[in-house]
Design a protein around this ligand. Structure first.
Ligand SMILES: Cc1cc2nc3c(=O)[nH]c(=O)nc-3n(C[C@H](O)[C@H](O)[C@H](O)COP(=O)(O)OP(=O)(O)OC[C@H]3O[C@@H](n4cnc5c(N)ncnc54)[C@H](O)[C@@H]3O)c2cc1C
Length: 392
């Protein structure tokens, strides 16, 4: 790889060469952007940089501890999709973005871009002392498999579940999946007829955990915990983890296994880059997905911080909506039009419990959470199969 000469000709309608669109990451936002760009008939060179030529379907991670899914079930190879979309894939990890987004430095070389799309997702904050004594369920396939193996090796004991947000950007939180791990493990232990040997404790700094899902969801989730005999320790910030114990401002929880999801922040490579950042460490964007103050540099998905309601979620669904708008804006700009497309803020999720699920919706003025239904578990599985078909 080499960077083109700075004197390269301009691009776009009626100019000498095709635009070079560089997309960082191959997750939800990146792939949706690619689909929309090609559907909008953007005839540009598209290069994707990511460490592996695959999509990891994170929403199904919650089924790994029970063995309902394996790590390999979640990995979707992308070679065929990239070929269909005329995408050039470069194996590498971004280390820096420089020159106002025109130069991307990776661990395998440098790339020049005319249009840059940042879609490298979020990163877990590891600020709490003793975090190494907890497993972080949402970090990826390896963590979910580690939970599966730890559960299999336990004869009984206490499992503590918790999550927190980024204090500087409270929306940067992954609460929904933590409820899924909690309820899924409860269901699994009941199926294995050994729930009596375990105490499950849910702890959270808020007295209304998961409030971004809306008040009716919080009420239903807490009622469900109560019905299942899951103990709650709410309203106390976790302070540190020690071997066999969670220490909070309100006391200690003894635990044989700690599952904790810290708040989220922006990707580590931003530290060495010259890009505007939000309070919480994400790429600062406007409502069109444009990185603030830069030309033809966009961000979509969990890597960005966007204006909108405080409940805007770090969700694949939201990432897809942002990426769709970003791609439409790129298409418009390449045609010499204004980047005027915004994205809808919408939260849709099924909080799965391994045998059923609770549908939660927020959008516009509507917020609701339906009671748990068996059909929702099947719907979540069916959705995953259908969603992934477009990349297989
Ligand atoms: C357990 C769990 C359950 C979830 N359930 C749901 C759900 O039910 N519904 C829902 O909508 N959302 C759900 N989410 C959230 C959803 O997965 C994320 O919001 C979504 O993955 C964000 O998409 P993204 O494209 O921004 O980032 P990601 O999907 O994280 O993709 C980031 C991409 O960037 C790549 N990358 C990372 N660093 C670099 C680098 N330095 N250089 C190049 N590439 C890099 C990665 O390899 C990856 O390809 C869940 C998440 C978890 C963890």
């Amino acid at each position: 790889m080499s960077i083109d000469s700075p004197g390269a000709p301009p691009f776009g309608a009626g100019t000498a060469r095709r635009a070079r669109i560089v997309i960082l990451g191959s997750g939800f936002a990146a792939l949706t952007a690619i689909r929309r760009l090609r559907a909008s008939r953007v005839d540009a060179d598209i290069t994707v940089v990511s460490p592996r030529r695959e999509l990891v379907y994170l929403p199904s991670l919650v089924w790994v501890p029970s063995g309902a899914r394996s790590g390999d079930d979640l990995r979707v190879p992308l070679a065929a999709f990239f070929e269909r979309m005329f995408v050039h894939w470069v194996e590498g990890s971004v280390q820096q973005v420089q020159d106002g987004g025109r130069r991307v430095v990776t661990d395998s070389g440098e790339l020049a871009s005319d249009v840059l799309v940042i879609a490298t997702g979020a990163r877990t904050l590891r600020a709490l002392p003793g975090i190494e004594h907890a497993l972080i369920p949402c970090e990826g396939i390896a963590s979910a498999e580690a939970i599966r193996d730890r559960l299999a090796a336990m004869d009984g004991g206490t499992i503590a579940f918790g999550f927190a947000s980024n204090p500087k950007e409270p929306g940067a939180v992954r609460g929904g999946p933590m409820f899924e791990f909690l309820f899924g493990i409860d269901t699994l232990l009941r199926r294995q007829r050994r729930r009596d040997a375990f105490k499950l404790v849910f702890f959270n700094p808020s007295t209304q955990p998961g409030q971004r899902l809306g008040p009716s969801a919080v009420r239903r989730l807490l009622e469900r915990m109560h019905a299942l005999g899951i103990e709650t320790q709410l309203g106390h910030k976790p302070v540190r983890f020690e071997p066999g114990r969670v220490v909070t401002e309100g006391g200690e929880i003894s635990a044989d296994l700690i599952l904790f999801m810290p708040g989220l922040t922006g990707p580590a490579w931003l530290d060495a880059s010259d890009l505007p950042r939000s309070e919480g460490g994400f790429v600062a964007a406007d409502g069109h997905g444009r990185v603030r103050g830069l030309r033809q540099v966009y961000v979509a998905g969990d890597a960005g911080s966007y204006p909108g309601p405080e409940w805007m979620a770090k969700q694949a669904h939201q990432a897809d909506l942002q990426a769709d708008a970003v791609a439409r804006n790129i298409a418009a700009e390449l045609r010499g039009q204004a980047a005027a497309h915004g994205f809808r803020t919408e939260l849709v999720c099924i909080v799965d419990t391994l045998d059923a699920g609770m549908l939660v919706y927020r959008g516009g003025a509507r917020t609701f959470a339906l009671p748990r239904m068996r059909a929702m578990h099947w719907l979540k599985q069916h959705f995953a199969t259908r969603y992934l078909r477009q990349y297989r």
